[in-house]
Design a protein around this ligand. Structure first.
Ligand code: HEC
Length: 313
């Protein structure tokens, strides 16, 4: 079996497991994922079935899905300190989505923040984190996106409060987007693999690392949480600091959270974390990942330098 087929089989098996346990809303999302996987052809360039796993690892690219769906059709409102943006339509509709873009153009938009017309994306799109996404993973992801049902939807233009926004995005990219050479494929060593997923695909730091006034991540507080997350609410410290982070968590606690949204004290997780675990409107999320990948995330997170940083309520 290829990795993609194994992922499909594993997802179906887990779907059956989940149907017994989960709420009707989750049940609907598990069923639609199964349907999407079954309907996804393997396209030239990347492996769309394996791309479904990359999509799940990317939290289902949830910024591009409005809460009522459809998956990838955009229109989700993304408030930021610099104005309100709307997730773009990344379905293969030729007029309003990315159906007319070449694979290379889509890859450049994801990893380099450069649109087809040459303009630079606003950093609300974390292209500077995806910059390290491997060649295989980004191609597989693109193949998966091409298999989404095309939706004709024009997304409202951003309402930006910055002067000269196009110039500002270009300057931001020059200042803060690191020059990374992405690897050919994800590393095999579990800790290195976990680090790669956390930093460049699952982008945990997009929410869990605080930002400076210009919206760039603060490296000294890597994964140490913030009082002011993307929706203005606190995001916890997930470094292994025993007092202010999650230094007491065992590997199974991470897996339980990422697979079922369950905290070690059996409370259910809330807020934006729910979206990346469950996916938005039936799209995939961390819950759909194979167990070995969830374990690689946990193994790496346990090696992150602990940072003492109290996050308020
Ligand atoms: C879209 C934003 C977002 C992303 C991306 C995200 N998280 Fe979270 N995470 C949150 C929020 C918000 C909470 C707090 C939820 C709550 O209040 O119940 C949270 C909670 C957690 C917790 C619970 C910590 C505690 O002390 O209770 C862990 C562990 C965690 N996230 C790990 C991760 C990992 C690992 C990743 C990447 C694989 C990740 N998160 C990606 C927003 C996010």
């Amino acid at each position: 079996m290829s990795e993609g087929e194994e992922f499909t089989a594993e997802t179906r098996r887990r779907g059956a497991e989940r149907r017994r346990l989960w709420s009707p809303r989750l049940r609907a999302s598990a069923v639609s994922l199964g349907w999407l996987l079954a309907a996804t052809p393997v396209l030239g360039g990347g492996d769309a079935q394996r791309g479904a796993m990359v999509f799940a690892m990317a939290g289902g690219c949830g910024c591009h899905t409005a809460s009522e769906g459809p998956v990838g059709a955009g229109g989700r409102e993304l408030p930021t300190p610099f104005g309100t943006f709307y997730g773009s339509n990344i379905t293969p509709d030729r007029e309003t989505g990315i159906g007319a873009w070449s694979d290379d153009e889509i890859v450049t938009a994801i990893r380099e923040g450069r649109r087809r017309d040459g303009s630079i994306e606003a950093p609300v799109m974390p292209y500077y984190l995806y910059a390290g996404m491997s060649d295989t993973d980004v191609r597989d992801l693109v193949a998966y996106l091409r298999g989404l049902p095309p939706v004709a939807r024009v997304v409202p233009p951003a309402r930006v409060t910055l002067p000269l926004p196009r110039l500002a995005y270009r300057a931001w990219r020059w200042l803060y987007a690191p020059a990374l050479t992405p690897p050919a494929s994800a590393p095999d060593d579990p800790v290195a693999r976990g680090r790669y997923w956390v930093d460049h695909v699952a982008i945990c730091g997009d929410c869990h690392t605080p930002r400076n006034r210009l919206g760039a991540p603060d490296a000294a507080l890597y994964l140490a949480g913030t009082d002011d997350g993307p929706d203005g609410k606190p995001v916890p410290n997930i470094t292994p600091d025993k007092a202010t982070g999650i230094g007491k968590w065992a590997e199974n606690h991470y897996v339980g959270l990422l697979r079922a949204g369950r905290l070690p004290n059996f409370d259910n997780i809330q807020g934006l974390m729910v979206e990346v675990i469950e996916g938005v409107a039936g799209g995939a999320g961390y819950k759909d990942l194979p167990e070995n990948e969830l374990r690689s995330l946990a193994k790496y997170l346990k090696t992150v330098p602990p940072v003492r940083h109290e996050v308020g309520e």
